[in-house]
Design a protein around this ligand. Structure first.
Ligand SMILES: [Zn+2]
Ligand SMILES: [Zn+2]
Length: 158
């Protein structure tokens, strides 16, 4: 475990589950089929952690094998944990600042999807098209910091 000089908090998309860790260790992306399925993505981004505290709610868990449970938010489905006999790993994208947890190794590389290596070379959609869409979006996602009350209380008329 190496100490990390950043705020190591995070949580699910809807904010029902929040966590804080004391330190992060090995950050990886795992190409195995179980991680692809559990994340609904091309790979699983995971980091070993120590001193994990659930600061709001708790994840629901699914035994994805005889040895591993995977935790996720029961309200919004965000993947959160990979729990195995040697410890717990957290989903890197669930951290409030995932850029502070850069992966350093690839796992199960033999199972990587055949198009994975070409992803950085994909053409880029013009930025102004995305900006036009994003200008119409009203996010209901929990912000990337701890909150005292969530969701925010609706303003009342009285
Ligand atoms: Zn949630
Ligand atoms: Zn995996």
């Amino acid at each position: 475990m190496t100490d990390h000089p950043v705020s190591l908090s995070g949580g699910c998309q809807c904010g029902a589950v929040r966590f804080r860790v004391g330190a992060v260790g090995r950050a990886s992306i795992c190409h195995c089929r179980m991680c692809q399925k559990a994340f609904g993505s091309f790979f699983g981004p995971l980091v070993t952690v120590s001193d994990l505290t659930w600061t709001r709610g708790r994840p629901k868990r699914f035994w994805s094998s005889n040895l591993v449970q995977r935790g996720f938010c029961a309200e919004c489905g965000t993947p959160l944990t990979f729990e195995h006999p040697a410890g717990v790993e957290l989903a890197i994208g669930a951290f409030d600042d995932p850029s502070a947890v850069p992966p350093t190794i690839q796992v199960s590389r033999e199972e990587r999807l055949p198009f994975f290596d070409g992803l950085p070379g994909l053409p880029l959609k013009p930025g102004h098209e995305a900006a036009l869409f994003l200008a119409t979006v009203v996010s209901r996602q929990h912000p990337d910091y701890d909150t005292a009350i969530w969701p925010p209380e609706e303003p009342t008329d009285d």
